[in-house]
Design a protein around this ligand. Structure first.
Ligand SMILES: C[S@@+](CC[C@H](N)C(=O)[O-])C[C@H]1O[C@@H](n2cnc3c(N)ncnc32)[C@H](O)[C@@H]1O
Length: 330
């Protein structure tokens, strides 16, 4: 993920751990970098990316994102103290910025092509072509097994173009998780595991900006519902769905403890809450399971709690770092 994407995510989630672009050969903290380090590395990167015409090819998204990540790691993080005394050669700075602008414009063309495909309602082949290799690799390796973000998250964030939610008023609560999206490859893993059909309704309990219901609506025949406590997130999810002409989805601003769950066939929880809130929602899901067979998918620490429920049967290994699937017992 490019640094720009990381910062966006970091600001949304308050989590600095998702920034992964520190170059290994240099001191780990930007404040320890010297002016000479920054100049040397930028010069090397600019030379390397300028002389590689392949990077302009449409199928080089991943490489471009990586290149942006590496350049961005030096431009915004250049230590202010060093810059105050000496400044980067303006020509080097200009060349680095030009490369970033060119790569970002090429990526935007790809995001726009994917948006057009989605808006037409056709099969999102351009999107799927980027997703398959990542999800296939994880199938071969056994599971999609870590919490980090990758190029797919950057791609989806470019396609969805969420406007910044006004989340200043959102209160912290010890049992309520703050917003953080499920890494996109895990969402595709969820869709692969559940094989959603036109008769399914996936309900994301604590849907945030709506990545899961949106992608389910784009990539499957199923309907999807996002239930989210925070109006600011619901508003952004609705806007995105409208821009993309997605009809098989619904976003409802409600506490999951009191929302109507009667339409759901598959429920998804990316650890939206814990403690008494999770207990209350599990009691409600158990009641739903008494009326019909349901499936539950989970991700993160809530999986170990869900795995303890005797009315559920694990269909995958219930691990926190990948998507877990449970079936309600008959
Ligand atoms: C970790 S985020 C997951 C977002 C989304 N499901 C995804 O995977 O991309 C958890 C979300 O649950 C929401 N949430 C927390 N408590 C809730 C509740 N009682 N009812 C509905 N949503 C809740 C939070 O506001 C946050 O947006």
């Amino acid at each position: 993920m490019s640094t720009k994407g990381n910062l966006e995510l970091e600001r949304l989630t308050g989590d600095a751990s998702c920034c992964s672009s520190r170059p290994a050969a240099y001191p780990s903290s930007p404040s320890e970098w010297t002016f000479q380090h920054v100049t040397d590395v930028l010069e090397r990167l600019v030379g390397q990316f300028d002389s590689n015409p392949l990077l302009a090819e449409p199928n080089q998204l991943r490489q471009r994102l990586e290149a942006l990540d590496r350049i961005d790691a030096y431009l915004p993080y250049t230590p202010q103290a060093v810059l105050a005394a000496e400044s980067i050669d303006p020509e080097l700075y200009r060349r680095a910025r030009t490369i970033c602008d060119r790569f970002e414009a090429l990526n935007c063309e790809l995001y726009e092509a994917i948006r057009c495909e989605i808006q037409r309602g056709s099969r999102p082949d351009t999107l799927l072509q980027w997703v398959r290799p990542s999800v296939d690799i994880e199938d071969v390796n056994g599971s999609a097994n870590d919490m980090g973000y990758d190029y797919l998250d950057e791609l989806i964030s470019g396609v969805f173009q969420f406007e910044e939610p006004d989340d200043r008023h959102i209160l912290r609560d010890s049992e309520k998780a703050f917003y953080q999206p499920t890494p996109v490859r895990h969402i595709f893993r969820l869709m692969r595991l559940t094989e959603l059909t036109a008769t399914d309704v996936l309900v994301d309990l604590g849907s945030g900006l709506g990545h899961v219901p949106l992608l389910v609506s784009i990539c499957t025949q199923a309907r999807s519902i996002g239930i989210e406590l925070e109006a600011a997130y619901i508003e952004r999810a609705q806007q995105c769905a409208q821009r993309l002409n997605l009809n098989k989805r619904m976003f409802i601003q409600k506490d999951a403890r009191v929302a109507d769950l009667s339409l759901g066939t598959v429920f998804y929880l990316y650890t939206p809450f814990r403690g008494s809130i999770l207990d209350a929602v599990l009691i409600r899901l158990k009641r739903e399971a008494a009326t019909r067979r349901i499936r539950i998918c989970s991700y993160g620490p809530c999986t170990s709690v869900i795995a303890e429920e005797s009315w559920l049967e694990a269909a995958t290994a219930p691990e926190a770092h990948g998507i877990a699937l449970f079936h309600s017992r008959p």
